[in-house]
Write a protein that binds this ligand. Structure first.
Ligand code: ADP
Length: 669
């Protein structure tokens, strides 16, 4: 039963001199309200009112006005396309429900006719505006979408036009509500609706422009003011949004430009603190289970006490704990008036000490894991009123910081991996060099010696002896290299069995020294003295390995110290409940930049190919594996070239409860 022709088109066809205009929705609302107000002001006697809404939802916004209007007239017709409960009915006024595909669904009409008054508004929503609204329904809130709606049509106070519009609408009403025929007829008769074209033209000349336009002007000005205010608010929010985006951009740029988390966090603290006009903005790393954190990055306004570098309580801080529990930020508007602060001695003391008046703690999370905290403090009066937009901004920045920290961590892992690869590569090249030198050189010596012995039967006896000794010494060198290599790979791969026992250090030192003295050497070793503190507690370690470490360190000291030099083995208990042993020599020393590198596998200061002192470059690497194995540390100290070297390592002491009766140190396997 729907009607596809447009009321506006029909009107324009009947009165071709009419020129439709463009109206925004707000203006139409203003005009409609002004027309209705005219009726409500009780200046008109029982007027005819016909209002056609595109949809029920638009009617519902105005329903209360129509109830009031119904007290002024019994000739009110309200048309709408139903959405929920709008049906044909006659309670306060006549409701006319038209079909969903009636052309009325795209139109907006209001006609008011009284004995000496007539205005009408006959409009159709422009197609472009409808299409646009269909495209963006989810992107913009409906209100904003509404303001862009445009209509074309006629608003006039010409009686002829109004009566024609009323006729077109009454005809349509009768299609949907034939039961209203007699009521409609009354209206027609009273206002002379239903005449021919000439009749309308006469009416137009007769009644044109005899209407008070003041209410319309006032209404329009009010709407203009309201729109201006909305526009002003929109500009303000756009400007705030732009500032926020600039801030996020500058922090993201810093993140993209730098992989140094220190730099990124400092910039973030600075920009955020400045942007929000905070007295203090802190950013620090913190994990959920940590008791305390150190404030690493800070933005301060002049005159505010700095907290940078200080230890910040987390465990006893109920605000931090709330952040951990709920995984989101918390804020205090006024610390002088907050139950959480009043109840907690920790919070009260922070507030007092650092004059914090308003406080925000936002977590820096990555995939739900707490990485750090962003804090904002306002130390001025009046207390800061936290805005949702500020909270959103801090959250957005915290998300960026989380990503930056993860990125930096990934980079650090990559760096570490890279360093490991480089070390592996160095080891590989060293291995090739050392195999070339350490294995091939003695092998060729052995070969030359044995060949000479085999091919020269007349060789004098002493020379034979020399040849044999050389071959034997070199095969011993090869054996040692292979053994060190195997020992190190066993230690590194954890294939070694540990037999920890309670030992006296003195005994181990004696064993190591006797092992060194038993070794045949070309040169006389320097003087070696042991200075073991009296009453040194027992140490807990594997005796064999402990003797091995001592022997290797003393062996090195002998190798790199001239005969007239001195070697001291000292041992004392340190503050960490460990015994610290040092092997000190007066030999060639180590450059400061090499103090750590000497522990690398195959490291030799002169390079494997130019070695003079013998050895494999594996000794210190083996020592580090052994010492780490019992939970100790080993390090080298030296003032540089020819300044002597000191090798220190630590051994855990036997805890009183575990103390065993002194056990004998076994001799080296
Ligand atoms: P090596 O078998 O070559 O001695 P190490 O691993 O024991 O292998 O030592 C590695 C390198 O550390 C040595 O080649 C030497 O350059 C340096 N080094 C070790 N001990 C000393 C020391 N007491 N004085 C000076 N340099 C030392």
């Amino acid at each position: 039963m729907s009607i596809s022709t447009s009321v506006l088109s029909d009107l324009l066809q009947s009165l071709p001199y009419l020129r439709p205009q463009l109206y925004f929705k707000a203006s139409l609302t203003a005009l409609s309200h002004a027309m209705e107000d005219q009726v409500l002001a009780a200046t008109l006697d029982q007027p005819l009112i016909i209002a056609s809404f595109q949809r029920e939802r638009f009617y519902r916004q105005e329903a209360h006005r129509y109830q009031r209007l119904s007290q002024r007239s019994n000739q009110i017709y309200v048309l709408s396309a139903p959405e929920t409960d709008f049906t044909n009915s006659s309670e306060y006024y006549e409701k006319v429900a038209f079909e969903q595909d009636d052309a009325l669904t795209q139109e907006w009409h209001l006609v008011v006719i009284a004995d000496n008054y007539a205005t009408c508004l006959v409009c159709r929503e422009s197609l472009g505006s409808i299409a646009k609204n269909r495209q963006i329904p989810d992107l913009l809130p409906s209100l904003e979408m509404d303001t862009g709606r445009r209509f074309e049509g006629i608003w006039t106070s010409e009686r002829g036009v109004s009566i024609k519009a009323a006729q077109l609408l009454l005809d349509r009403i009768l299609v949907y509500r034939p039961d209203l025929a007699s009521k409609v007829e009354k209206a027609r008769q009273r206002f002379g609706i239903g005449g021919n074209k000439a009749y309308y033209s006469n009416l137009i000349t007769e009644y044109a422009c005899d209407i008070d336009t003041d209410p319309f002007v006032q209404r329009l000005v009010t709407y203009l003011q309201a729109s201006q205010y909305k526009l002003h608010k929109a500009y303000r929010s756009i400007a705030a949004q732009a500032r926020k985006e600039r801030l996020i951009n500058s922090i993201s740029t810093a993140i993209r430009r730098s992989l140094d988390p220190h730099e990124v966090l400092q910039i973030a603290a600075q920009e955020l603190g400045q942007h929000l006009g905070a007295s203090r903005c802190l950013i620090y790393r913190a994990q959920a289970s940590e008791a305390q954190a150190t404030i690493e990055h800070e933005f301060l306004t002049p005159g505010i006490v700095s907290i940078a570098g200080q230890t910040w309580e987390l465990k006893q801080n109920p605000l931090f704990q709330a952040v951990v529990d709920h995984g989101e930020g918390v804020y205090v508007s006024d610390t002088m008036n907050d139950a959480r602060v009043a109840k907690s001695p920790t919070l009260s003391s922070i507030v007092r000490k650092f004059a914090v008046r308003s406080w925000l703690i936002e977590p820096v999370l990555f995939q739900g894991r707490l990485l750090g905290i962003v804090e904002l403090h306002y130390c001025t009066l009046p207390p800061h009123q936290w805005q949702q937009s500020e909270l959103d901004l801090v959250k957005a920045i915290a998300t960026q910081i989380g990503a930056a920290l993860m990125q930096a961590e990934a980079y650090a892992n990559l760096e570490e991996l890279n360093q490991q690869l480089e070390a592996l590569d160095r080891t590989r090249s060293n291995l090739i060099a050392i195999t070339g030198h350490e294995l091939r050189t003695p092998l060729s010596t052995i070969q030359v010696c044995l060949e000479s012995l085999a091919t020269e039967p007349d060789m004098p006896l002493e020379l034979r002896q020399v040849m044999l000794n050389t071959a034997l010494a070199d095969s011993e060198r090869m054996r040692k290299l292979v053994q060190d290599f195997l020992t190190l790979s066993n230690l590194e791969s954890g294939r070694v069995e540990w037999h920890p026992e309670s030992l006296t250090l003195q005994e181990c030192v004696d064993l190591a020294l006797s092992r060194i003295r038993a070794r045949p050497t070309v040169e006389k070793p320097p003087a070696i003295t042991a200075q073991i503190a009296q009453n040194l507690p027992l140490v807990r370690a594997d005796g064999d390995w402990l003797v091995e470490v001592l022997a290797k360190l003393v062996d090195n000291a002998c190798k790199f110290t001239p005969t007239q030099g001195q070697i001291i083995i000292s041992a004392d208990q340190n503050s960490n409940q460990m015994v610290e042993v040092a092997v000190i020599d007066t030999g060639r020393g180590i450059e400061p930049n090499l103090l750590e590198i000497v522990f690398d596998r195959f490291y030799q200061e002169e390079g494997a190919l130019r070695r003079t002192a013998g050895g494999t470059g594996l000794g210190l690497a083996i020592c580090r594996q052994i010492v780490n194995g019992w939970g100790g540390t080993i390090w080298a100290e030296s003032n540089g070239k020819d300044q002597g070297s000191q090798f220190h390592f630590t051994i855990p002491i036997v805890q009183a409860s575990k103390e065993e009766s002194k056990s004998k140190v076994k001799s080296k396997k």
